[in-house]
Design a protein around this ligand. Structure first.
Ligand SMILES: [Zn+2]
Length: 87
């Protein structure tokens, strides 16, 4: 079984709004299984997450990236934080 690497570094929240956003995304990440998300490994390092609201998105566990638009903007996302919960 693959051991999840630590999540990508989260930018330090500079405002209360940013801190709230991170807390909200963290909460969403924990509920991915309940929201109908699933994940499949495409290779040893790359997995694909499918969900009810778009995607699928690819997570590179070595590069520690997700290719969703949210990750591109913020440097973290619910997929990245949540994928270990999908097993
Ligand atoms: Zn993502």
């Amino acid at each position: 079984m693959l051991t999840p690497l630590p999540p990508p570094p989260v930018p330090e929240a500079k405002t209360l709004e940013e801190a709230r956003l991170q807390a909200r995304v963290w909460g969403r990440a924990r509920s991915l299984p309940d929201e109908g998300y699933s994940a499949t490994f495409l290779t040893e390092d790359v997995l694909e997450i499918s969900g009810p609201n778009g995607g699928p998105y690819r997570i590179d566990t070595m590069a520690r990236t997700c290719d969703c638009p949210f990750f591109a903007e913020h440097g973290f996302c619910k997929h990245w934080w949540g994928w270990p919960h999908l097993w």
